[in-house]
Design a protein around this ligand. Structure first.
Ligand SMILES: Cc1ncc(COP(=O)(O)O)c(C=O)c1O
Length: 394
């Protein structure tokens, strides 16, 4: 199967047939050099590159921010919940429009996720619904900055403070996003980024929890590696540096030097890469058929355009047919997301709740190619094909 795919790719390449994936990481000699350095150093797992990546991330986000590198955003969300004391009997509010990670981790702690509907213009959690969802059991709200556009953080933080709740931001899509001039990462009690292969800062796998709360980050750092305190030798006189103490329950979620090395190079060029994403979004907005509903943007914020999604009225063409026709033209597309309450696991648990916005529009939304290395010619090819498909659909 694999062999066939690569031969097909080669054929397309030789015949100069366009093939535009949904996303592709920007990897250059810099990443290769950094990784080679780690490989030659002999220290492949957690070490100085991870520390350097954490420090650079803190500096990037602003004064007083602490960072803990992990092997995924999912692990970071889970450990942040634990650090906020979430457990059995608690409730955590999450949007239904998200990936499994955001809500699954709530179950891992023994607590229950409470799903919230989203706003039609941004597909972000509808903050006006939160008050009704808060109960005496609520402990945390997890806003997801969908596609890289920020949630209404002022309202969310005010409501959280009024009810004594924590805010853990799922910023898997939002590295480099700004809310009213503030970096995402400098607002909530904790913010978690993803460095998964398709993300704006791509390491293959990886994640980071950031917070202004030093104690929270120390707690995350302790639990991400078996609850081990490696500094314990300092307290135990006469012990060598080999000494450590297992102080609590913990996991094996540590980031390694190889992935951190990729992250370091990616972080250096994150802003120009995000700027390119914004320019591609501008080209799409200018060129796409005016009947297409475009994602929300705002001069107040800085969008990082992890995804560029479009909405097409079902009466013109179905989302699935459009995706198939794009595939025929070798243009990648995907669906972000099938709302959680539409999946069988969650359906059973949320059958009594209504999600009018997500229900009405979820089968109209399609993500189209968006990555910094896309040429203007590639963007024009995507626009031309989408507009052509829509014209023919009439
Ligand atoms: C909104 C959201 N949250 C969390 C995650 C999990 O990220 P990771 O794969 O780094 O665990 C993803 C992954 O795609 C995501 O889209």
């Amino acid at each position: 199967m694999r062999k066939k795919a690569s031969r097909e790719q080669e054929r397309r390449f030789q015949m100069k047939i366009k093939n535009i994936p949904l996303s592709r990481p920007s990897i250059t000699e810099k990443e290769i050099k950094q990784v080679t350095e780690v490989l030659m150093s002999g220290h492949l797992t957690t070490g100085l590159k991870v520390t350097e990546f954490e420090e650079n991330m803190s500096n990037y986000l602003g004064k007083g921010i602490y960072s803990a590198g992990l092997n995924s955003c999912t692990a970071g969300l889970y450990l942040s919940l634990l650090a906020c004391g979430v457990g059995e009997g608690d409730e955590v509010i999450v949007p239904t429009w998200t990936f499994a990670a955001t809500a699954h981790v709530v179950y891992w702690t023994g607590a229950k996720p409470v799903l919230c509907d989203v706003k039609e213009d941004s597909l972000n959690l509808d903050e006006t619904l939160l008050e009704r969802l808060v109960t005496p059991k609520t402990k945390v709200i997890i806003p997801v900055h969908f596609a890289g556009f920020p949630c209404e953080m002022d309202s969310i933080m005010t409501l959280a403070r009024n009810h004594n709740l924590y805010v853990i931001e799922d910023a898997a899509h939002a590295i480099g996003t700004k809310y009213k001039g503030k970096n995402i990462g400098a607002i909530g009690d904790a913010t978690v980024f993803s460095f998964y292969a398709t993300k704006n800062l791509a390491c293959g796998e990886g994640g980071m929890v950031v917070s202004k709360n030093k104690k929270l980050i120390q707690q995350v750092k302790k639990t991400l590696y078996f609850g081990i305190n490696k500094e314990a030798y300092k307290k135990h006189e006469g012990k060598g540096r080999w000494f450590y103490d297992i102080e609590s329950m913990g996991y094996k979620f540590n980031l390694d030097n190889i992935h951190a090395a990729i992250g370091l190079s990616q972080l250096e060029k994150l802003d120009p890469m995000n700027e390119r994403r914004r320019y591609i979004a501008h080209l799409y907005k200018d060129g796409l058929d005016k009947r297409i509903v475009l994602p929300k943007d705002s001069k107040e914020h800085l969008h990082s355009y992890h995804l560029f999604y479009i909405r097409v009225d079902k009466s013109i063409i179905s989302r699935d047919e459009l995706a198939l026709k794009l595939q025929e033209k070798n243009i990648g597309s995907s669906v972000h997301f099938i709302p959680l309450h539409k999946h069988s696991f969650y359906q059973k648990r949320f059958s009594k709740q209504q999600f009018p916005v997500a229900d009405r529009i979820h089968d109209e939304v399609l993500s189209i190619p968006m990555f910094p290395d896309m040429s203007n010619e590639d963007v024009a090819y995507v626009i031309e094909n989408i507009n052509g498909i829509l014209r023919k659909a009439l």
